[in-house]
Write a protein that binds this ligand. Structure first.
Ligand code: HAM
Length: 422
């Protein structure tokens, strides 16, 4: 029987020491992205459903099978965001981006997809992502991919494989689709149900189906870049050349098309062997998105990395944040009369020592029980305040490592603490 104190399948509670790893990732991301001149944006967790349907594409798995969509009390169809890009671009479009303006933003946060839960595949997962909007230069693509690699290096995730491909300009699509259809049509009956449907609705996705039979057939499919016009090919050449210049170790992956329909030109993914079956650590690409009422299509490039997957990759490499002591100093209040002075003293220590974690025990428990509590939180110093100590204007300081106890006048307590190493 399911226990109703457990989180729902595919969701988790995250707390210390795990949260320390999350904070490390977030701090590293903020540091790196700020250095590339990106600023942080926070958009709502739910949006009008059409924000996602229009932009991700009606034939994508995310829109067809995975969105958490509900009607609110005003009978509006709303959806918990399955990804960050559409909402961020909605925000930027709403803000008004004039021709020639640029916006560069990054974000963290929960995303929701109703997928079958597995290792590294969650229903509520978290992404760290960036979007660089307003520049249609291939050098912008180079910068974004280089920044992703820089970020992965910074968080210690070695061994990621950067795969890149191009989907070309929208005007080249019809020729590619026709060639792919011609190739796949005679094989369709051997392929999975999804691919049989995709032959008419989204033939590009037949290239990166995970089914083994489909994969074998897709191996021999025409190469997208060979079917594109000169402008698209030239764009892709510049991106590849730029990545060589910035020293990014990448591989051309001719069957990479990505699962969302807004992409044009460059698409990329980083995979990592430490992740098992769900091996995509991050993915992204260039996109063109339009909103009803906004003047121009918005073009940008970005990526998102799954934070759970980044943490799994780090773990596979033996990287974990150091667990913290729950308290460095604990003030034990013995007896009713010691509680108020004890709380004041605790407050004073916190204000004087900004880098110490300080806790007060005002449970009124016995000395023995409070000392057990002090050990449990890993305290380095216990400051014991009882009636006798209060009468004498001292606190009994117990070094929890050496067990040495010293009666320290309250007026000298801060100096005593300052001399200790924590
Ligand atoms: P995406 O490839 O759908 O792209 O997701 C990006 C990353 O999110 C994946 O590489 C994976 O690490 C993580 N992820 C996706 N689904 C799950 C899941 N169910 N459980 C755990 N992690 C997951 C996007 O979302 C695009 N918005 C990226 C982008 C930004 N393109 C341009 N700008």
């Amino acid at each position: 029987m399911s226990n109703n104190t457990e989180p729902l399948p595919g969701t988790s509670d995250i707390w210390e020491p795990e949260t320390l790893d999350w904070i490390e990732l977030e701090n590293a991301a903020r540091d790196i992205f700020h250095r590339y001149s990106y600023s942080e944006i926070r958009t709502p967790i739910f949006e009008r459903t059409e924000v996602f349907v229009r932009n991700l594409g009606t034939e994508t798995d995310v829109v067809q099978k995975e969105m958490y969509t509900f009607e609110d009390r005003g009978h509006r169809s709303l959806t918990l965001r399955p990804e960050g890009t559409a909402g961020v671009i909605r925000a930027i479009a709403g803000h008004g981006l004039d021709q020639g303006d640029e916006a560069r933003v990054f974000y963290f946060g929960p995303m929701f997809r109703g997928e079958r839960p597995a290792a590294g595949r969650r229903r509520q997962f978290h992404q760290v992502g960036v979007e660089a909007v307003g520049s249609n230069s291939p050098w912008q693509d180079v910068e974004v991919i280089t920044m992703l690699v820089h970020f992965l290096e910074r968080i210690g995730v070695k061994g990621g494989k950067v795969n890149i491909n191009t989907r070309g300009l929208p005007e080249d699509r019809a020729a590619v689709s026709a060639a792919l259809k011609e190739y796949f049509a005679p094989h369709a009956h051997e392929m999975c149900e999804d691919c049989q449907r995709r032959l008419d609705t989204n033939v590009w996705r037949m290239l990166d189906c995970k089914n083994e039979t489909c994969k074998a057939i897709a191996e021999k499919a025409p190469i997208i870049v060979d079917l594109l016009g000169p402008e698209s090919r030239d764009y892709f050449d510049k991106v590849c050349q730029g990545l060589k210049e910035t020293g990014v170790d990448f591989q051309f992956e001719p069957r990479l098309v990505r699962g969302l329909d807004y992409y044009i030109h460059t698409v990329f993914e980083v995979t990592h062997s430490g992740l098992g079956a769900q091996d995509a650590l991050a993915g992204g690409g260039r996109y063109r998105i339009t909103f009803p009422g906004s003047k121009n299509a918005i073009e940008g490039i970005g990526f998102a990395a799954g934070m759970e997957r980044l943490l799994l990759a780090r773990e596979s490499l033996g990287i974990k944040a150091q667990p913290r002591r729950e308290a460095d100093v604990i003030v034990l209040c013995l007896g009713e009369n010691a509680i108020v002075p004890g709380i004041k003293l605790t407050d004073g220590i916190r204000k004087e020592f900004s880098d110490l974690r300080v806790k007060a025990d005002f449970t009124g428990r016995s000395m023995k029980a409070q000392m057990r509590g002090a050990n449990k939180v890993g305290a380095r110093l216990a400051v014991i305040l009882g009636e006798n100590e209060l009468d004498q204007g001292v606190a009994l300081c117990r070094d929890m490592t050496s067990t040495e106890q010293t009666a320290v006048p309250l007026t000298q307590l801060f100096d005593f603490i300052r001399k200790m190493t924590f």
